[in-house]
Each structure stands twice: as C-alpha cells, then as structure tokens.
Ligand binder design. Structure first.
Ligand code: GRF
Length: 198
C-alpha cells in the first residue's frame, strides 16, 4: 500500500475526493492531511474522514521559507509518505523542499499548463478570449506550476463566463481528474491522461 499525504490551504474539496477515492483495491491510502493555515476548512473534513491532520502556520516564520518547510517536512516525514499530493496548497515551495520529495510530489493547477501558471488563471483565460480552459495535474519541480504533465481535463469557456463561474465548472472536473491521475501514479504509471469533459 502506498501512503499518501495531502497538503491543502483552503476548503479541501480536491483533498476529500482524493481521500474518498483511496479505498478497496486502490493501491494507496490517505495517511495525513496538512495545511499552512490552522483555520483551513479542509482540516476538519479530513478529521471527519478519520485522517490524521497537522497545521504549520507559515505566518510566524515571516520570510524564512526554509524554516517553515523544515517544520512541514518534520510533520510529513513522521507519516512516512510515499506520495505527496498538493491540493490547493497555496505556498511556493523552495527547491530544497521539492528535491526532498522529488519524483513523488503531485500538484493540481486550474489551467491548461503551460498556459497560465500562477494565480487568477480563469480571469486570464477569459481575458485572452480562450475557447477552452481546464486543469492540469503535474509532477512538482522547482519551477512554479511546471513539471511533467500527468493529466489534463478540458472545459469549454462559455460566452457569458465570469472567472467564478468558470472556476466552478473547472473544479467539478478537477474532482474527476485528480483521483484518476493519483491512482495511475500510485500504480507506477506516469503516462499522460487526457479527460474530455462530459
Ligand atoms: C483548486 O481549484 C485548485 O486547483 C486550486 O485551488 C483550488 C482548491 O480547491 N489551486 P479545494 O481546496 O480543493 O476545494
């Protein structure tokens, strides 16, 4: 059984979908959910699912990312994770952290990478007049929102879309994409998965 730790910053809807998917003949199990925000709503949802949680508040560390990450690593490694899944984890990670989990850390990003790394992806897609948007699951490397693409799902941009409306439709598809990619990854498959929206 692969042991999966999930990092969140907010509501944790992707985390819940990932955790719920890991049952039965799935080759992985959720062992830990962590957050940089002790008030993240997702922490309570993880506890309701019976998963151990921790929080390391980034704010007392000021600009000392390395010290913050050392605490993260201490908490994560105590659970001996095989896979780290970032699911709406809104802290930029240093190359040292990324190296520590090299080849076993995934992220979901709400755009069709390499388009729109960083924030405000949906507003940028609408602004650019794109016909489609979507989400990407990728392996984490030191560069932000880069790294080998493991899967994508595409969503049409509608004529009257607002960033919020588009984000909602993409999020529904993130909930399909991330569990599907995680399962393949846990099985040792890194071939790219492309999902059509239905
Ligand atoms: C998702 O859209 C994720 O791609 C983005 O933040 C959102 C997190 O949502 N980076 P949730 O916390 O999983 O509900």
């Amino acid at each position: 059984m692969k042991r999966v730790a999930i990092l969140i910053s907010g509501g944790g809807s992707n985390m819940v979908r990932l955790a719920e998917s890991m049952s039965g003949d799935h080759p992985a199990r959720p062992v830990l959910v962590g957050s940089n925000d002790p008030a993240a709503a997702g922490l309570g949802k993880a506890r309701d699912l019976g998963i151990a949680t921790f929080a390391v508040d980034h704010r007392p560390f000021g600009g000392d990312r390395a010290a913050f990450e050392a605490e993260l690593i201490r908490n994560l490694d105590a659970a001996e994770p095989d896979i780290i899944a970032l699911a709406g984890f809104m802290r930029i990670l240093t190359p040292g952290f990324v190296r520590h989990y090299e080849g076993r850390m995934l992220n979901i990003h709400p755009s069709l990478l390499p388009k729109y790394p960083g924030l405000n992806t949906h507003a940028r897609a609408i602004e650019a007049g794109d016909m489609e948007a979507g989400a990407t699951v990728h392996e984490v490397i030191a560069d932000l929102d880069a790294g080998p693409i493991l899967g994508q799902v595409r969503v049409p941009v509608l004529p009257d879309d607002t960033p919020d409306r588009l984000a909602g439709r993409v999020l529904v598809q993130e909930h399909r994409l991330y569990p599907a990619v995680l399962r393949r990854f846990a099985e040792g498959c890194r071939a790219r998965l492309d999902l059509a929206c239905h």
